[in-house]
Design a protein. Structure first.
Length: 422
């Protein structure tokens, strides 16, 4: 059975690993990058806490000893289900089974100006671009004579009070407190403002009430200006305009307010639902097809427990990949019984800063906050990062940062005088 998997993220990579060296399967894993990205730590790359290579893992290295998994560095352009083939930017690939695991991209809700000017954080490259902009702002601030322009450089606006927005705001607040005043002694960091704008009435709205209120308390403690019930109307690269008519002067907006599935051309448009996700059955089979599957952030599956689809998180993608691998093995063995997907939610967590995190466990219903939650958060992320070397480097970086209150990665790898970062 020739299985083509598009996307080497949490779902696609897990599936390829499950089918690795399984007799009866030929697997082609296609991705536009030649590495797997550990998205939960993008914010630490953006805020110079981790090196990009620490959270990236070369896909080819995962399959060094594989007899049946092959990698293609290519971007999917179109699916042609009637001919059982996909078209990429470099070649056409035929399949017996196709698995779409391309995840999601930033959703700017159709606002072209926002898409042009704001910083998303959906790839390692984007996290690095954001890092450069943040550091360059302070380099420019040193020369700025105009007070209004100086303030614009010192303001950072984060949009979206979910885990990503909360984590990046907290990390910026810690940079402001511990690192930046030492790097730029000429600047007055009391003037640096970090705004976190959230459309709903609380931060971490999808977590428990306790986690929401605790995250808000932690952010307040770190000096982040949290503005709830606040909707962004636009951003022209110089100021953010809000629905209520107010404006915030800044040249740096970090957009963490939504994602939309990476649906390829060729998929029946009637199957695309809210959030640009593709409708599947309980076996991840795209409705109306007999050999095209979708998993992870891109898939939309209704179940009695999740009538409006599953949360777009890594464990859903990985558990769907697991189930699909089992079903493929059953198909190969000519079995007629297949598994239906049931999400096993082991909990959710977010970190705000050193010793400050929140953890919710659904069964038994538990909530942790503070240092203990922070240690759980660190332990779990270390376990999930791919590669012993990466784990070691991330852990040693965290230790170093913890004891020195510093990160040493504030480097701008760009040609001199090329100021455009996006
Ligand atoms: C900043 C951030 C923080 C997050 N934090 C957490 C967290 O703490 N916990 C958690 O559970 N989840 C978190 N998530 C969500 C989690 O990362 C996703 O739910 C998960 O990655 C989804 O897995 P996936 O396999 O569906 O897609 P991804 O892991 O996104 O993988 C998609 C892959 O497809 C590739 N691809 C996309 N389009 C194409 C194309 N046209 N051609 C070829 N390849 C393509 C991409 O390069 C990528 O490798 C976070 C996400 C972000 C952005």
């Amino acid at each position: 059975m020739k299985i083509v998997i598009v996307g080497g993220g949490f779902g696609g990579l897990k599936l390829a690993r499950r089918l690795n060296n399984k007799p009866g399967f030929e697997v082609i894993l296609v991705d536009r990058f030649n590495y797997h990205q550990f998205q939960p730590l993008f914010y630490q790359v953006a805020t110079a806490g981790l090196d990009a290579s620490n959270i990236s893992f070369p896909l080819r290295k995962v399959f060094h000893k594989s007899k049946n998994v092959r990698i293609r560095l290519a971007e999917l352009r179109e699916v042609v289900p009637s001919e059982n083939k996909i078209i990429t930017n470099v070649e056409e690939i035929s399949y017996d089974m196709l698995v779409l695991a391309m995840g999601a991209d930033t959703n700017f809700f159709g606002n072209a100006q926002l898409a042009e000017e704001a910083f998303p954080m959906k790839s390692t490259v984007e996290a690095l671009q954001l890092r450069y902009r943040l550091i360059e702002n302070f380099e420019h601030a040193l020369y700025m004579k105009d007070d209004v322009e100086l303030q614009r450089l010192m303001n950072v606006v984060v949009v979206g009070g979910g885990p990503t927005g909360v984590e990046v705001s907290g990390a910026l607040a810690e940079m402001k407190k511990y690192v930046l005043p030492k790097d730029y002694p000429e600047l007055d960091f009391k003037r640096m403002n970090i705004y976190l704008l959230e459309g709903g009435d609380k931060t971490l709205g999808t977590m428990s009430e306790k986690s929401s209120s605790q995250s808000r308390k932690y952010l307040d403690k770190l000096g982040v200006t949290v503005m709830t019930n606040t909707l962004v109307k636009g951003f022209d690269g110089k100021q953010v305009s809000l629905q209520n008519g107010e404006t915030i002067a800044t040249n740096t907006v970090i957009w963490a307010a939504g994602v939309r599935g990476n649906v390829p051309e060729g998929v029946d448009k009637n199957l695309i639902v809210r959030g640009n996700r593709i409708k599947t059955d309980r076996g991840c089979l795209v409705l109306g097809y007999n050999n095209v599957y979708a998993i992870g952030d891109l898939a939309y599956m209704e179940t009695p427990k999740y009538p409006s689809g599953h949360p777009q998180v890594a464990p859903v993608a990985m558990q769907q990949a697991d189930m699909l691998a089992d079903n493929f093995i059953r198909i190969e063995r000519k079995s007629t019984k297949f598994y239906d997907f049931e999400y096993n939610d082991k909990g959710s967590m977010a970190t705000v800063g050193r010793n400050l995190a929140v953890v919710d466990v659904p069964k038994p219903k538990l909530h942790f906050g503070g240092l203990f939650a922070w240690m759980i958060w660190m332990g779990l992320h270390l376990m999930l990062i791919l590669g012993v070397k990466n784990r070691f480097f991330v852990f040693s970086n965290w230790l170093y940062n913890y004891f020195t209150y510093d990160q040493n990665l504030r480097l701008i790898f760009k040609e001199f005088n090329k100021t455009k970062t996006k």
